[in-house]
Design a protein around this ligand. Structure first.
Ligand code: LR7
Ligand code: MN
Length: 581
C-alpha cells in the first residue's frame, strides 16, 4: 500500500486549504484574515529595528526606465498574455494521460509558443528603479526528473529571453536520471540547435533526488550567483536584475522572486497575491510550508512597497544566492533525500548563521503547480516517509530542545527513527557560532507564535479502535469531513489521533470537533476546541461541553454522539500508540 503522507504531495501541499481562500492558484495558504489586531499588539512589544535601506546601488527615479525592459512585441496565438488554453473533446483522453504522467496538461502546453508573452505582474513602481550597471553574473540552474518536453524547454527559452545577456553566464541543466525518451537525444539536439553553448546539459548516472542534484548543479556552475528555478517556470519582465542587485549589496542575502501561478491544466499565468507580493514563507510545527501576510513591523522597515522584505523561509524552488556563500554554508545537507525539507534547512542555516532571506516584489517568476506528484522516489530504504526523515534531520540540527518537542508532538510515531549521521551539520553550527532557533523565532519568524501556537503535549495518542480492527479515520483529512470507521492500517496518517493536555483532539495539522452533532475535521483555531477527554476506566471518549460520548454506528461505519452510558459496548474505545517503522 502506498502511504499517502498527509499534505506533503507537491503542488498539493495545501490542497486541503482551499476552503480558506477560494481563488488560490498556488495551493499556498492565505492567512491574512487572521487576527491582525493581535499581531499588531505583539509587534508593538518588539523593539523597533532600524530600517535597512534598499541599498546604495538602487535608486527610485520616476520617469526613467529600469535596466532590462525590452519592449513586448504583441503576438497572437494560444496562451498569449498568459491566457488559458483549452483542449478539444477529441484531445481529452490524451490530455488526461499527460496529466497522469506529468502532473500537467502537456497537450495544452504543446499548443503554446515557446516565447509566449505573459502579463507583467510587477508593481508599476518597478519600472523606475535604477539598478547598478555592474552586477554579479548568474548561472541559472534547472534540475529535472522526467519532466514534460515543452514545459521544460519553455523554461529555458523564458530564462534566456528575459535575462540581460551580459549577466546570464549560462543555463545549467542537470538531468536527474530521467528515463523518458523525449529527454534523451531529442533534448540534446534541441538545446544545441537553439542555444548552442549558452545552455549546458549534465546528466546524473543514478537518481539523486532534487536536493543533491541542485548541489551538483551549483558545483558545475561558473557564474558569481546561482539561481535555482524548477523545470517548469516562466520568468517575468526584468526578474533577474533586482535579485542580483540585492546580492551585490550584501552577498549573504538569499534573494527570492515572488512566485506567480501557472495553471497545470490550462497554463493561465496569474499573480497569486497581487503584484507587491506581501506574503512571506513560514511553517507549522509539522513543517508543512505556509505563506502568510507580512507583519506590519516588517513592512515598516521599507520606504516603498516595491522594495524587498525579509522572510523567515522560502518555498524551495526559486531563489538566487552567491555561489561561494552557498558552499560556505555547506550547500544542502547531503543526508537529505529526494524531495522536501531542504528549503527549511537552507533557511534556518542562513538566518541562524548570519545571513538573511528577502523576497523581492520587483522580481516575478511563474511556476506550474502540479496536479499531483507524478514520479516515485526510487528504491530507497527508508521506513518512514522520506519527507519526514528530511524534516527530522533539520529539526535535530537546527531546532532547540523546546521547539523539537513541538515537532515530535505533531509527529509522534517517528520519534527515535535513525536519521543517520548529523555530526558534520552540528559541527558547522558550532564552528560558525550560529544563533539559537529561539533567536530566529523571536526576531524573524515571530508571527508563527500567533499563527501556529506551540502545541500542548499529547496526553494520549494513537489509533482509536474497536474490536481490534475498526479504526477512526478522517477519510482523507479534508476540513468538513466527518470522522468515520475503516479497517485499521497501522500507517498512522488519517487514523492517527492526538489528544493533548488542553483537551484538543488533532489529526495531522487539523483538529476534530463537533459540527452538526458529528465529529468533524475543522481548522485548529487559536481558541480552544473540544475539550475532549478519554476516560481510562470506562474507555469512553467524551466531549466535555456537550456531555456526550462517541458511539460506533458499525452498520454504517460512522461515529455518532450519544448520551454517555458506560455499559454500552459501542462506546468503548482502545487508543493504542503505534510505531510506523
Ligand atoms: O527526484 C527528483 N529530482 C529532480 O530533479 C525530483 C524532482 N526533481 C526536479 C523536478 O523536475 C523539478 O524541476 O526538482 C524540481 C522540483 O520538483 P517539483 O516541481 O516536483 O517540486 P514542487 O514544485 O512540487 O515542490 C516544491 O518543494 C520541493 C521540496 O523539495 C522543492 O523545493 C521544489 O523546488 C519546490 N517548488 C517550489 O518552490 C515552486 C514554487 C512554490 C510552491 C509550492
Ligand atoms: Mn515545481
Amino acid at each position: 500500500k502506498k502511504i499517502e503522507f498527509e499534505g506533503q504531495q507537491p503542488g498539493r501541499r495545501e490542497a486541503d486549504e482551499i476552503e480558506e481562500v477560494v481563488d488560490h492558484p498556488g495551493n499556498v495558504q492565505h492567512m491574512n484574515q487572521r487576527d491582525e489586531k493581535e499581531e499588531a499588539l505583539h509587534n508593538e512589544e518588539k523593539e523597533q529595528e532600524k530600517p535597512k535601506e534598499y541599498g546604495p546601488q538602487a535608486t527610485l527615479r520616476p520617469g526613467t526606465m529600469g535596466n532590462f525592459e525590452p519592449e513586448t512585441r504583441p503576438k497572437t496565438g494560444p496562451g498569449e498574455m498568459g491566457e488559458p488554453v483549452y483542449v478539444s473533446m477529441s484531445e481529452k483522453a490524451a490530455a488526461d494521460r499527460a496529466i497522469r504522467e506529468f502532473g500537467f496538461n502537456m497537450i495544452a502546453s504543446d499548443k503554446i509558443a515557446m516565447d509566449r508573452n505573459i502579463p507583467d505582474t510587477r508593481p508599476d513602481e518597478c519600472k523606475y528603479w535604477q539598478y547598478p550597471e555592474k552586477l554579479p553574473t548568474a548561472s541559472v540552474i534547472l534540475v529535472f526528473h522526467n519532466e514534460g518536453f515543452s514545459t521544460l524547454v519553455r523554461t529555458v527559452h523564458s530564462v534566456i529571453n528575459t535575462s540581460p545577456p551580459h549577466l546570464l553566464r549560462e543555463v545549467v541543466m542537470v538531468d536527474d536520471f530521467s528515463d523518458k525518451e523525449h529527454l534523451q537525444g531529442k533534448l540534446e539536439d534541441y538545446l544545441l540547435k537553439n542555444f548552442r553553448d549558452q545552455v549546458k546539459l549534465y546528466r546524473n548516472s543514478k537518481r539523486e533526488g532534487l536536493i543533491r542534484t541542485r548541489t551538483l548543479g551549483a558545483k558545475y556552475a561558473k557564474g558569481d550567483v546561482i539561481v535555482f528555478l524548477d523545470a517548469h517556470c516562466e520568468c517575468n519582465k526584468n526578474w533577474l536584475v533586482p535579485l542580483l542587485a540585492r546580492i551585490a549589496y550584501d552577498r549573504t542575502i538569499m534573494a527570492v522572486p515572488i512566485v506567480d501561478g501557472i495553471d497545470w491544466n490550462n497554463f493561465r499565468y496569474h499573480s497569486v497575491y497581487g503584484s507587491s507580493g506581501d506574503h512571506r514563507g513560514i511553517f507549522e510545527w509539522g513543517f508543512l510550508y505556509k505563506e502568510s501576510k507580512v507583519p506590519d513591523k516588517e513592512l515598516a522597515r521599507r520606504e516603498h512597497s516595491s522594495e524587498p522584505y525579509r522572510s523567515p523561509t522560502h518555498a524551495g524552488g526559486l531563489f538566487a544566492m552567491d555561489r561561494k556563500y552557498f558552499f560556505e554554508l555547506g550547500g544542502y545537507d547531503p543526508g537529505m533525500m529526494i524531495w522536501g525539507g531542504e528549503n527549511f534547512e537552507l533557511s534556518f542555516k542562513i538566518w541562524q548563521c548570519g545571513g538573511s532571506i528577502e523576497w523581492v516584489p520587483c522580481s516575478h517568476v511563474g511556476h506550474v503547480y502540479r496536479n499531483h506528484m507524478p514520479y516515485g522516489f526510487g528504491n530507497i530504504d527508508v521506513k518512514i516517509p522520506v519527507v519526514l526523515l528530511n524534516y527530522m534531520r533539520v529539526v535535530e540540527v537546527w531546532l532547540d530542545d523546546e521547539f523539537k518537542e513541538y515537532f515530535y508532538t505533531r509527529e509522534p510515531t517517528i520519534r527515535g527513527y535513525p536519521i543517520g549521521n548529523i555530526s558534520e551539520q552540528l559541527e558547522f553550527k558550532k564552528k560558525h557560532n550560529c544563533k539559537s532557533f529561539k533567536w530566529f523565532m523571536d526576531n524573524i519568524a515571530y508571527e508563527i507564535y500567533d499563527r501556529f501556537p506551540p502545541p500542548p503535549p499529547n496526553k494520549k495518542w494513537g489509533e482509536v479502535k474497536k474490536n481490534g480492527r475498526l479504526c477512526w479515520d478522517t477519510m482523507g483529512g479534508q476540513v468538513g469531513n466527518t470522522v468515520g470507521l475503516s479497517m485499521c492500517h497501522h500507517f498512522g496518517g488519517n487514523q492517527l489521533f492526538r489528544l493533548n493536555t488542553k483537551g484538543q483532539l488533532a489529526v495531522g495539522e487539523r483538529c476534530i470537533d463537533l459540527s452538526g452533532g458529528q465529529p468533524k475535521v475543522i481548522f485548529c483555531s487559536v481558541m480552544p476546541t473540544g475539550p475532549w477527554d478519554f476516560d481510562e476506566s470506562t474507555h469512553q471518549v467524551r466531549h466535555k461541553t456537550r456531555g456526550q460520548c462517541v458511539q460506533a454506528d458499525g452498520q454504517n461505519m460512522k461515529l455518532v454522539m450519544a448520551a454517555c452510558d458506560a455499559s454500552l459496548g459501542n462506546q468503548k474505545w482502545e487508543i493504542n500508540e503505534i510505531q510506523t517503522w
